[in-house]
Design a protein. Structure first.
Length: 502
């Protein structure tokens, strides 16, 4: 323990070197605005700015890119809350309750909760990273395809809570998402499947961000236009110092959810190829499932903002663990960081801690610094972010539409995705009118490919025997918890009906 504290103090001193500190602060600010721009996200931001890092030493370079990663995790919540457009896939779950809070005139409360939860999630994950890096890396290696599939089943089990008491509509929404997730090329045979009307754009599948921006950006805009009937609306927002202090006082209402989301997010982030998006969605589902007032989720519950934001920030740190200790990227962004480290002449793996301790501990120290600076910058900019909501909707609607089109075009730079996004926007609007939950469909299209890949790999390895999921302790435990989560809301609804009769 003493050696860890000494190494960490050396890493913090390295992070506070003038050049390194400057790179961290610039990275935080740049990342914040990259995350807030729909369709850009941390992956594109880090990839675009990677060449700049060759002008500075490797230590400053990795701190700069890590700060961008952190800032982007924070920034994704900004457009999710103020405009209802997820800045990145990691911030989709934040829309569920962040947007209703903004419409109710509580955007400042939602943005404060997102910043504080992100800070708590980042802090817990960095502490876990510092203390338990080697053992957690070994544990993550035990996760083969059966365990990954069981974890996805556990994530799907939380969807039942997202649909309220209308379980059939929730299941239908999940199935729609799973069908959309299978569009493209078969992962085993490589043959095309569900290529509608032989349109070649479907060959690369349905981009998740295109679906999310369409449903939550275009769909929300159409719904708002219908509700206001063309009248000019301006959201009232309180930006006083007293309101800010009051918002900080609300932390006690979602601290348990935030801590749970942080631990869950960090663990999911350590799994190779899992990343922050599944972590944030699972955290939201668990927060709602175990809430005393689950019906308030999706209508403006501040815990519904805190849980996914804590999880995605914790997962971003967790995804660096397999990259540093094993040389396996835990997310697309860390894959780019891994490429940068190789270019700088560093070889990630178990020997990195012994061969380049100044680099590793400098990175860990920079995470503490970046987390602190990002939350301070975020809180300072909240009045600026909130001013977006004081604009008349007649001005805001065209801006939202343009941002949606840019966000739909940016990931693949294909007009096919733009038309698809508009189609999803109309579908999201119709789903809302028919009172179908869209959240489970969005979540299913994220986890569907991961679940299918791990499921088919497991069956190939076991010669088609399904018992492989129940013979291994970790996968069996996950499936048992999933079964309990599915039965929990069913039993709760039966108990409500029994009480109503009595």
């Amino acid at each position: 323990m003493e050696s860890i504290l000494l190494s960490l103090s050396g890493g913090l001193l390295e992070a506070f070197q003038p050049l390194n500190l400057l790179m961290i602060v610039i990275g935080c600010v740049v990342g914040l605005f990259i995350g807030a721009m729909p369709g850009l996200g941390s992956v594109n931001g880090v990839a675009i700015l990677l060449p700049i890092t060759f002008l500075v030493p490797p230590n400053a370079a990795i701190m700069f890119l890590a700060a961008i990663y952190y800032g982007a995790m924070y920034g994704g919540a900004i457009s999710s809350i103020t405009l209802g457009i997820p800045g990145a896939s990691t911030a989709v779950a934040t829309v569920f309750d962040g947007r209703p809070l903004a419409i109710a005139g509580k955007a400042d409360q939602a943005l404060t909760a997102a910043a504080i939860a992100s800070f708590i999630g980042g802090t817990i994950s960095v502490v876990l990273f510092t203390l338990f890096a080697p053992p957690l890396a070994d544990f993550a290696l035990r996760f083969g395809p059966p365990e990954e599939f069981a974890l996805m089943v556990l994530a799907f089990a939380t969807f039942i809570g997202l649909g309220g008491d209308d379980i059939p509509k929730t299941i239908f929404s999940i199935l729609i998402g799973l069908v959309l997730a299978t569009i493209g090329l078969d992962i085993i045979s490589g043959r095309p499947r569900l290529i509608f009307f032989d349109i070649t754009g479907f060959m690369h599948g349905v981009n998740f961000l295109v679906l999310a921006i369409g449903i939550y950006g275009i769909g929300e805009m159409l719904w708002t236009l219908e509700q206001t009937e063309g009248n000019v609306i301006v959201h009232k927002v309180n930006m006083s110092w007293r309101a800010f202090v009051r918002n900080l006082g609300h932390v006690k209402h979602y601290i348990k959810t935030t801590v749970l989301g942080s631990v869950l997010g960090y663990f999911v982030g350590t799994l190779p190829a899992a990343g922050a998006t599944p972590a944030s969605l699972m955290s939201y589902g668990l927060a709602k499932t175990f809430s005393k007032d689950p019906d308030s989720f999706g209508k403006g519950n501040v815990a519904g903002v805190a849980a996914p934001e804590a999880a995605n920030n914790a997962a971003s740190t967790g995804s660096m663990l397999p990259m540093i200790t094993l040389g396996i990227p835990g997310s697309p962004t860390t894959a780019i960081l891994l490429g940068g480290m190789i270019i700088w002449g560093l070889r990630p793996g178990p020997l990195l801690f012994t061969e380049h301790p100044d680099f590793v501990w400098g990175l860990i120290g920079s995470l503490y610094v970046a987390n602190t600076f990002t939350v301070l910058i975020n809180l300072a900019f909240i009045p600026l972010f909130v001013r977006v909501l004081t604009m008349p909707f007649t001005i805001l609607a065209p801006i939202i539409f343009v941002l949606c089109v840019v966000g739909g075009y940016a990931p693949s730079q294909s007009m096919h995705d733009v038309w698809l996004m508009l189609l999803f926007g109309v579908a999201g609007y119709l789903f809302r009118k028919l009172n179908y939950p869209v959240a489970p469909a969005v979540l299913a299209i994220v986890l569907g490919p991961l679940a299918e890949q791990s499921f088919r790999q497991s069956l190939l390895g076991s010669q088609g025997e399904v018992w492989i999921f129940f013979e291994r302790p970790i996968s069996a435990t996950c499936i048992a918890i999933a079964a309990a989560l599915v039965l929990y809301p069913v039993l709760r609804s039966l108990r409500k009906k029994a009480k109503a009769k009595s």
